[in-house]
Design a protein around this ligand. Structure first.
Ligand code: NDP
Length: 332
């Protein structure tokens, strides 16, 4: 067992109820006793990482802790024999970065069942441009398509459009031929959202709370990454038979709605989880993202940071100020 490798990780400590991250030297021998040791070259930043790093107990119970719900890199050893040393793999979700040390460290040790062989033609950097956010956007779109969504049914909406999940959803849907309306609170991102393929950008106020239970049905479908009152308002505006994929909670977990859009317009609310689903379902989306669903505009727009930039980048998520995809490169 490779127990004595020293490596660098961005670890969060709790001190007098405050949470602070710092780059530290760790030992692989202190990682959990799982089957596969991976040398992580890249990770990807997500809202959940910001929650973990700021001490949200619903995400991470105890500290010190290394966040990072995404990781990609090279297998060092696998006690099950299923993965060869040197093989490139992706790990996202399950408990990674929550209560299992995550991708903000240069090594992780995880169950073999969490590892996905790198799709053909991809490297760790490319996979982490997408990360959990890209996987989630892919799952949201997959659910809409399974419900019969087609471009000629009308415009579709993406909320939280400048965020990590939202920006990939805009790019992916527009690449599939949908006319995408991007809802964003950051008007300074209009040009960027247009460059990702949005045909129209609307301010968050376009989904401000209104007392009526149903409104003019403007949208054939939606990917909602924010939840709360935004999702409630969206449901009032979906065309008959349309569907909304729901994956996020930044605007709140409570959704006040009536049954009317469901029973009078037959709309569908589709829940999306990218964390605990079977690994085969994750693999299927990775295959698409690395092939027919590739998002070159997202790839070109991605920013790369080093561990010393994590503090600022994670704070931006909590303030709703982060935008697009951010990759952590451990070599920087
Ligand atoms: P980001 O912070 O990158 O994106 C969220 C975006 O939502 C922001 O950039 C902002 O976009 C908008 N926003 C922020 N605050 C508010 C608010 N109060 N009201 C309305 N809109 C707001 O986060 P991610 O893209 O990483 O994650 C988005 C959500 O999806 C999170 O809740 C996350 O937990 C969830 N998620 C769920 C997954 C699952 O498996 N179900 C997997 C991955 C993420 P703008 O300024 O453009 O409006």
């Amino acid at each position: 067992m490779a127990d004595n490798i020293q490596y660098s990780a961005w670890r969060v400590h709790e001190e007098d109820g405050r949470f602070k991250g710092a780059i530290e030297t760790c030992r692989t021998g202190d990682l959990p006793d799982h089957e596969v040791l991976i040398k992580v070259s890249h990770s990807s930043l997500n809202y959940k990482d910001a929650l973990s790093a700021s001490g949200n107990r619903g995400v991470t119970r105890s500290f010190p802790h290394t966040p990072g719900i995404d990781a990609a890199g090279e297998v060092v050893e696998d006690s099950t024999g299923k993965l060869a040393a040197g093989q490139q793999v992706i790990v996202t979700g399950y408990d990674l970065g929550m209560n299992t040390p995550g991708g903000f460290g240069e090594y992780i040790r995880v169950p073999a069942g969490w590892c996905i062989p790198m799709p053909e033609g991809w490297d760790a950097y490319q996979s982490m441009i997408y990360g959990t956010a890209g996987l989630t956007a892919g799952l949201c779109v997959e659910k809409l398509l399974r419900m019969g969504a087609e471009p000629d049914q009308g415009r579709v909406v993406v909320t939280g459009a400048s965020g990590a999940v939202g920006s990939v959803a805009v790019d992916l849907l527009s690449g599939l031929g949908f006319e995408v309306v991007a809802i964003s609170g950051k008007r300074e991102q209009d040009a960027q959202l247009k460059a990702l393929g949005a045909v129209e950008i609307r301010d968050r106020d376009a989904l401000a709370e209104e007392p009526k239970p149903m409104l003019r049905p403007d949208y054939a479908g939606a990917v909602d990454t924010v939840g709360g009152s935004v999702l409630a308002e969206l449901l009032k505006r979906v065309k008959p038979g349309g569907s909304v994929s729901c994956c996020g909670l930044v605007a709140g977990t409570d959704v006040q709605t009536t049954v009317l859009p469901f029973i009078l317009r037959g709309i569908n609310l589709l829940g999306v989880d990218s964390v605990e689903i079977p690994v085969a379902d994750k693999k299927a989306i990775w295959q698409k993202l690395s092939g027919p669903w590739a998002c070159p505009r997202t790839e070109a727009d991605a920013r790369v940071i080093g561990k010393s930039d994590l503090d600022d980048a994670l704070s931006a998520f909590l303030k709703g100020e982060s935008r697009g995809k951010i990759v952590l490169d451990h070599s920087l």
